[in-house]
Design a protein around this ligand. Sequence first.
Ligand code: V47
Length: 389
Amino acid sequence: MKRMMDAALEEVRRKVLAGQRLDEHDGLAICATRDIHGLGELASVVRRRLHGPNVYYNINRHINYTNYCVLACSFCSFRRPWPPAAEPSGEMPAGRQEAGGYELSVDEVVALARQAAEGGATEVHIVGGLHPRLPFEYYLDICRGIRAACPGLHIKAFTAVEIVHFSRLSRPRRTVRQVLQELREAGLDSLPGGGAEIFDQRVHDEAFKAKIGEQDWFAVHREAHDLGIFSNATMLYGHIETPAERVTHLLKIRAHQDESLARGRARFNCLVPLPFIPEGSRLAHLPGPTGLDDLRTIALSRLMVDNVPHVKAFWVMLSPKMAQVALHWGADDIDGTVVHYDITRRELRGDAGGQMGADRLRRLIRQAGFLPVQRDTLYAPMESAAGSP
Ligand code: V47
């Protein structure tokens, strides 16, 4: 690889080629460089070293069981306040929906999972708001119901924020470890990476004050990893955080992963940088990240976090086209068919039109010059589809 156009990236290049770990100073150089193409090449060196020509996707369905939430994070356009405003009669409307608020019954969630499995899905990704009334049994019943109806379907469910909520609302009160153990006995397979946002006290206090902070978030993933439950990690970027805060966030994930790897049970499988989508949130006056910022942040994630095997370009939030380009900036995964997405709606309404078949995912990957590999949730290639055209 030739020398970098930006002298400040030379040290990063030297370390990347020597397989050495980057530090905070390197991260800041990556955040400041104007050589976006050179940065993509550097991230691609690491990405190819780890995964060769492969880009992973899966057949999945996202299910959001409720958008009622006791929190009021300023970046969120998904939540609806509880209690919902009463109808004039004092009754809840049919389907228990009001002002865009909803909660699905256990049967409804199980039916969606069954439908997904019948359509070829290998995974359901289930998350929701922090509902003040649904009992812990509801979440256990979701897992039990899906496990009974679709024995082979991987249940990836509940962010660390939800797990702490379940621990607080359970009666008798359970510890986080007990919550995870009971959910696993009920059928839970792994945890998604949501709720991490930015691990920084200032950002926490300004944008999501009532939500658990980094200590609790890591504690949940530590318990999960100790119990042999794999998980992911996210970073919500492009709102009120600084470049230095992004770098620190990533270094904290890397340090946690070092510990999990040393203990040798489970770990983070995938890092998912999520671009902030301002529409409909209380931070709607902010512009959100640009396309170049998306690429820079994917590359930063790949280069800084050298011990998490996969970096995901989540096409729903990035847009399918940007996710495709991100494969050349260090990403090796683009999530899956998704089917339905409520947390941010922009792309499912627009470009993707709600339909992202496996054939379209494969085409996006192939046209970017990579080999599409259908995977299960834990990244084992699926026999029948690996490398299929
Ligand atoms: O935790 C909320 C984020 C996350 C907005 O683990 C927003 O494989 C952008 O974690 N703009 C949930 N982002 C989604 C998530 C996820 C998605 C795909 C794959 C995986 C995985 C995890 O969405 C929340 C929050 O960080 N979010 N509001 C917004 N306005």
